[in-house]
Design a protein around this ligand. Structure first.
Ligand code: PEP
Ligand code: MG
Length: 601
């Protein structure tokens, strides 16, 4: 009898599965030896490399051609890989190493891949840092062809298994027959890796970053994967198996109930409807928003069309991307946020000089106002798509009236230029201001007069209000949406919204946590927008709360002085609702450790 072993990794995708392991191995490509090439054979070696790239290209093209509609997101990733195969930094560089150092192609490739990867890993931008994995996947595919190893063929899996791999490449995951895969377990990868993104979108439990899963687990071993908490149990005992089977049934029943109930509208117990929308980055995510009961797109982050490329996208390209979203959403509302680059996300075409403090630098609207020719391309694309869909526009990072008025002026100019060009467009679309700089809160009463709605980007608002880098784990403990400073800022701005008869929306992560719902409703928020997976929970919470009571609740906590104080008050008032079917194990993580909060209060 083998010993039950618990392996702790990162939660990649929630859910529980129990089954046998299927190891995905890439033998023969890990140990690469170096040998020198005779000068007269250098050209032959270069050709060998070129042929391997050619075969890798053909393989990828075939995979892309056969990709099922469940994997649209994959196709996009694989298209990028296809381009990377012939990218200068990989292709030309490897050829040049073969020639200059007179080494075998495998060694040259390995050297170039690891140098390029190291370059990406050092980048400040987390998105670009993640791209180091893409370089590895592309290099790996060429390497398989060089050494003549067979790529793993996941298409042949014909029984329900849990995949265990060092890392699954997007090309591999795209071949998986969904009905055969119960879960993923990998040595590498974090919550932002492709495997995790894909597992979440396919709703398959996944635990990543286990480091030694492939060393510890063997084919056919029995595993329990608890993706919600990032736990893998190897050789579970009978008692553990029984407990997890029950846990799994409970989880699935709850998830199904939640999804079913998410189709109902979110109306409070006293009859007040609240719009619950989804946040998206790519058009492909729209379907998940609808599946989870989202009533529209409350935040379409548009910067992803500008990343990973040397130039700016054309008006036509952007129009098509926005139209993809409109085509699925029909006349449901879509709020398109204008370009928010630099800061966290940087694009190569904008990074002319490095900034010491990118979050405080030429980011979002500041960048757009400095480069109106880039901005106007996007404004024209948005105005054109607004003619065929229910589209609103949202300006990020506005910190003063001047910026807002200039942005509006550029929007008018974009409309005039479309008029001149005789292109169809909507001239009068609702304009929103993304409140994420504390100065905008201070000036809320005047800024609100110039727009139709405020949307609160609490991720940045909290970052800037508390002077904490939102990506820095060392100050993460200071990131507290329930801090009275946050509640007071929201209250001040929402009072201005209400007095002017405008609308208030929350689109930061704060909107996706049921714990915050009574407070947000009580402040007068009209609409909440969040990641698709949280929509059912949030709708359910709204359906259990009375608007009138939540208003009184907000009044009653305004004199609290600490985040802990507010948290305890939320639990005292709404704890039963939250615990009763909303914040139980596995779906939204554990409830806040109340004991600690009470002690600190
Ligand atoms: C926010 O800051 O809360 C927000 C919604 O924008 P992002 O997370 O894209 O910065
Ligand atoms: Mg923001």
């Amino acid at each position: 009898m083998k010993k039950e072993t618990h392996l702790k990794g990162i939660s990649g995708s929630p859910g529980i599965c129990i089954g046998r392991a299927y190891l995905v191995d890439h033998e023969g490509v890990d140990v690469v030896e170096r040998y020198f090439i005779d000068p007269k054979d250098v050209q032959k070696e270069k050709n060998r490399f070129k042929h391997a790239v050619q075969r890798a290209t053909e393989e990828l093209k075939t995979i892309i051609k056969n990709i099922s509609k469940d994997y649209l997101r994959h196709a996009q990733i694989l298209e990028t890989h296809l381009h990377m195969l012939k990218d200068k930094m990989l292709y030309e560089k490897t050829l040049s190493v073969i020639e200059k150092e007179r080494v075998n192609a495998e060694w040259a490739l390995k050297k170039v891949v690891s140098e390029t990867q190291a370059g990406f890993k050092e980048m400040e931008d987390p998105y670009l840092r993640e791209r180091a994995a893409d370089i590895a996947h592309v290099g790996h595919r060429i390497m398989l062809n060089l050494v003549g190893a067979y790529p793993v063929n996941l298409e042949n899996i014909d029984k329900r298994v849990i995949l265990v791999a060092r890392e699954l490449t997007p090309a591999e995951t795209s071949q998986i027959q969904l009905e055969w895969i119960k879960g993923f377990v990998t040595d590498y990868g974090g919550a932002a890796s492709h495997t995790s993104i894909i597992a979440r979108s396919l709703q398959i439990p996944a635990v990543l970053g286990l480091e030694n899963a492939t060393a510890m687990i063997q084919n056919e071993d029995i595993l329990i994967v608890d993706g919600s908490v990032g736990l893998v149990i190897l050789h579970p005992k009978q008692g553990t198996l029984k407990a997890y089977k029950q846990k799994k049934d409970r989880y699935e029943a709850r998830a199904a109930r939640l999804i079913r109930s998410s189709k109902a509208s979110a109306v409070t117990t006293d009859g007040h409807p609240v719009s619950v929308m989804g946040n998206i980055e790519l058009p492909e995510e729209v379907v998940a928003v609808l599946d989870h009961g989202g009533e529209g797109i409350g935040l379409y982050r548009t910067e992803f069309q500008y990343l990973n490329r040397p130039d700016f996208p054309s008006e036509e390209e952007l129009f098509e991307k926005y139209k993809d979203v409109v085509d699925v959403m029909g006349d449901r509302p879509i709020t398109i946020r204008t370009l928010d680059i630099n800061g966290e996300k940087a694009i190569s075409s904008s990074r002319s000089e490095m900034e010491k403090n990118p979050a405080l630098g030429l980011r979002a609207i500041r960048f757009c106002l400095q480069y109106p020719e880039v901005f106007k391309v996007q404004l024209r694309a948005i105005l054109r798509v607004a003619k065929i869909g229910n589209v609103k526009i949202l300006f990020p990072m506005i910190s003063c009236m001047d910026e807002l008025l200039t942005a509006k002026k550029l929007l008018r100019e974009a409309a005039q230029s479309l008029e001149k060009d005789g292109l169809p467009y909507a001239g009068n679309i609702p304009i929103g201001l993304l409140v994420e700089v504390p100065a905008a809160v201070t000036m809320a009463d005047v800024l609100i007069r110039e727009v139709d709605f405020f949307s609160f980007g609490t991720n940045d608002l909290i970052q800037y209000a508390f002077a904490i880098d939102r990506g820095n784990a060392r100050v993460a403990h200071l990131y507290r949406p329930l801090h009275p400073a946050v509640i007071r800022m929201l209250k001040k701005a929402m009072d201005a919204v209400i007095q002017n008869g405008k609308k208030g929306i929350i689109c930061g992560e704060m909107a996706g946590d049921p714990l915050h719902i009574p407070l947000l409703l009580g402040l007068g928020i009209d609409e909440l927008s969040m990641n698709a997976q949280y929509i059912p929970l949030v709708k359910r919470m709204i359906q259990r709360v009375s608007l009138q009571e939540s208003r009184a609740f907000v009044q009653s906590i305004l004199n609290e002085t600490t985040a802990e104080g507010i948290r305890v008050r939320v639990f005292e008032t709404y704890g039963d609702l939250l615990k009763n079917g909303i914040m139980t194990e596995g779906v939204h993580g554990d409830p806040v450790p109340l004991k600690q909060a009470k002690e600190k209060r």
